[in-house]
Write a protein that binds this ligand. Sequence first.
Ligand code: NDP
Length: 505
Amino acid sequence: MSNTFHHVDVNHPLLPEKAREFQMFINGKWTKGHSSENFVRKSPAHDIVVSTYPAGTAEDVDDAVKAAREAFDSGKWSRISGGARATVMLKTAQLIRENLAELALLETLETGKPLTQSRGEIQGAADIWEYAAGLARSVNGDSFNNLGDNMLGLVTREPIGVVGVITPWNFPFFIGAERYPYILAAGCTLVAKAAEITSGTTLLLAGILKEAGLPDGVFNVVTGSGSVVGQRITEHSDIDMVSFTGSTAVGQMALQASAKNIKRLGLELGGKNPQVVFADADMDAALDGTLFGFLFNTGQCCVSGSRLLVERSIHAEFCRKLVERAKKVQSGDPLNESTQIGAIITEKHYQTVLGYIEQGKKEGAQLLTGGSAVKTDKGLFIEPTIFDDVTPVMTVFREEIFGPVLCVTPFDSYEEAIRIANDTCYGLAASVWTSNLDKAVQGFRDLKAGRLWVNTTIAGGPELPSGGFKQSGIGRESGSYGLDEYTEIKSVHIQLGKRAKWLAE
Ligand code: NDP
């Protein structure tokens, strides 16, 4: 085993003595809901119980939707000024910062990600709340003053209504922050369902929003499983829009369920994202970016750069140096301040990732480093794993592994690189590494993905939109583009003076 693995310290002073007992948040109140059953969450790194949640039911969703609908129709949030909404949202950002230590620790205990990373994500989330508060003041439409003397045309935006938000376990607080503030800035009300195993920080956010002055019923959280709570949200007739983030398979189910009342659907789904490295790239930068791109969040990241396409003339040198660097990455106990990558989210997912690694070996990919679970008493850890000579027919090339696994494929020409990069049903993100400006621009034009990086990866703030081409999704989150998704457009023709009569007298 590598000497950069930090064994789990089960006596760490930050570990809780007993599990935190959460309730759901409906209509401004904490509630156990209709079920007497609880769901128990263990830290995937420490194997101790850290949180318990009510196992929500379809009736709990109905209660939350009723509260959100009444809050929306009352106008107490949907019809107040953007400035008044911004005040609550800025206070929310401030409270997130004040509670950063508690939020980050809970995030780490439930997800197994490094505490240093959780702090960065909570900080980043507060920034998004501030940014979106500004947008609340600038939701605007358009006017047409060119329709002749007797006519004025207006295009106005209105909040779409009640939004159901289903989020995954990989970035519970941050992915929420890429959605909730835009939904609230638009004037909508919402019912949130975080992944059952990582609902803690979404519930802490509910308390923060109440303290910040958000009216009751505007933000509701129902805890519970996807098959019960999530399913009810996607098919509920009184929900106007669903924002779903997760696997493509469940996204397809959400698409079918939403047909019932033709609700609008935003989908952010899987990815099998290429990092295309040309021979003229700054090698040191490309090596570091490739490493970060496939290992960030232990590879459990929808925009993970999980496929490396590298020009054949530098392929051998690049792979050798990449392996040397991969061995230096510090993994293990997420509470250790030096740890860079933490645990795998659940035993089930750990087995899935290990299964893909075995599949890669069987299909003839060449294992350069890693390839096994880390042998340790506690926790679910997998070694950073790099496969070389991966061809497009192999399962590890095609399917989203969602773990610390990189698949390397060499290429001989620009055209071949683009063809291999686009040879996937996904189209979420891609990175191009080159010092040639023409190639960089041509590359981001030719790559079929919603989010592109040139000479960097997994970078950026809330200003730019994110979302996928092909089976990676529908719609965009973030920026003013994200906010627009949560609005309905209304066109208004205003007749000035007398209207020309249809029926002659
Ligand atoms: P899922 O798609 O199953 O889960 C995402 C969210 O959807 C969770 O809140 C889940 O609830 C909920 N959900 C599950 N079933 C339904 C349903 N029938 N109707 C409505 N909502 C539902 O992802 P997994 O957690 O199982 O992860 C599996 C794979 O998905 C990963 O390996 C990865 O490939 C991909 N994934 C992609 C993510 C991304 O950011 N694009 C994020 C997470 C996963 P609950 O978990 O409580 O059951």
